[in-house]
Design a protein around this ligand. Structure first.
Ligand code: ZN
Length: 142
């Protein structure tokens, strides 16, 4: 079994250093950053600022893990919600989906990834890539 998938399999946790969320005050684009033991929410548009101590993390949905605010990068896709913590996370998903296109020339290879199963299904591929593109455009606009 050769490992033709060259991207490293990354844990979701490695994308949590900075998360882009919807500002609770103005609905604009805000950042959630964790440094040392402190979490900081700051809005680019209205200047809203909120700090708290790091604590329980709420992992696995379209919200940030500290304040549980809705993620800025989320969109409906194939009957699911495709979401990313930040642009790096989004780029990782695109690379993954594009790479799995290139390696789909033979028998089913099991590629190690933390992405949800529906994102890896062949019949969803086009829809997933379109959704990622939409979010990339949203990043550029913001
Ligand atoms: Zn704001």
């Amino acid at each position: 079994m050769t490992n033709r998938f060259s991207l490293e399999s990354r844990e979701l946790e490695t994308f949590m250093g900075q998360m882009v969320v919807i500002c609770p005050r103005c609905g604009g684009r805000a950042d959630v950053m964790e440094k040392a033991n402190e979490v900081r929410l700051s809005c680019f548009q209205c200047g809203y600022l909120q700090m708290k101590q790091s604590g329980t993390k709420y992992i696995g949905g379209a919200f940030d893990v500290h304040f549980r605010l809705p993620l800025y990068l989320q969109t409906g896709c194939c009957g699911h919600v495709l979401w990313a913590y930040n642009q790096e996370h989004l780029a990782y998903m695109r690379q993954y989906v594009e790479a799995s296109v290139r390696t789909s020339d033979g028998a089913n290879r099991s590629i190690e990834s933390r992405l949800p199963k529906w994102m890896k299904q062949k019949h969803n591929r086009e829809g997933v890539l379109r959704a990622i593109k939409r979010l990339e455009l949203a990043c550029e606009k913001g």
